[in-house]
Design a protein around this ligand. Structure first.
Ligand code: CU
Length: 243
């Protein structure tokens, strides 16, 4: 009897330690911050669409704006992909839910996307016209698929990490997007507030890289201790020669 009781107490202790362990892993340290824009606000030029695609927007005047360079009201930069270049072992498994990339109004939504190795990318055609999805990776196989009708869905899974994979439409030359494929969960993309958060990191020294399709990459080394939160900032500006 005594042995049995001891065994159950031990078992409970093992379970408790396991639960605590997974909680610690789930929390971990956080690196967060913003990608600042040092310059005039910029919202992108209106895209020159063809007549059919203009029709989806109710005419030329409503054509969407190019998303290569989009600054936000709080002087930050949108569509910047951030990732840890030297990720720790482990980390959460790739989500089983797909990440959606839509084609609507002859534009890719979102313009910059982060996905995990092994996670399904679901590519939708929401337009009553034909698109041709063309992923141009260097480390993964090429993907070139026509989607001739509205409502069609194709799926794609990358097996290798790659930052970044360009995507274009072979029917509509203005359509482009970028996909960051990561073999760990420590990445983010800036949106309308220019902010990013990377969570669940064990203590360590990490190199965070920011990537922007036009203004390139920037790196920063950040050291975090257990459950630490470190705030960092990247700053982009328009190169002086341009304009
Ligand atoms: Cu297209």
């Amino acid at each position: 009897m005594k042995v049995r009781k001891l065994a159950s107490v031990l078992m409970a202790a093992v379970v408790a330690v396991a639960v605590m362990g997974s909680m610690a892993l789930a929390e971990g340290a956080t690196i967060k911050g913003k990608v600042k824009w040092d310059g005039k606000p910029y919202k992108g030029k209106q895209v020159e669409l063809n007549a059919e695609c203009e029709g989806f927007h109710g005419g030329k005047a409503n054509a969407p704006r190019a998303e290569a360079v989009v600054t936000n009201e709080n002087a930050t930069l949108r569509n910047v992909y951030l990732h840890v270049k030297n990720p720790p072992e482990g980390g959460a498994a790739a989500p089983t839910t797909p990440i959606v990339m839509d084609q609507k109004g002859c534009v890719y939504t979102p313009h910059v996307l982060g996905v995990r190795v092994g996670q399904t990318i679901e590519i939708r055609n929401s337009d009553p016209t034909a698109h041709n999805i063309h992923f141009l990776p260097k480390k993964n196989p090429e993907f070139n698929q026509s989607q001739p009708k509205q409502g069609l869905v194709n799926t794609l899974v990358f097996k290798r990490a790659e930052v970044m994979v360009p995507v274009k439409c072979d029917v509509h030359p203005w359509m482009n997007a970028f996909v960051g494929v990561s073999d760990h969960p420590f990445f983010a993309v800036t949106g309308e507030d220019g902010m990013f958060t990377i969570t669940g990191l064990p203590p360590g020294k990490y190199t965070v890289e920011a990537w922007h399709e036009k203004y390139g990459t920037k790196e920063m080394v950040v050291e975090v201790s257990t459950d630490d939160t470190k705030e960092i900032e990247f700053t982009y500006s328009r190169p002086v020669k341009e304009e």
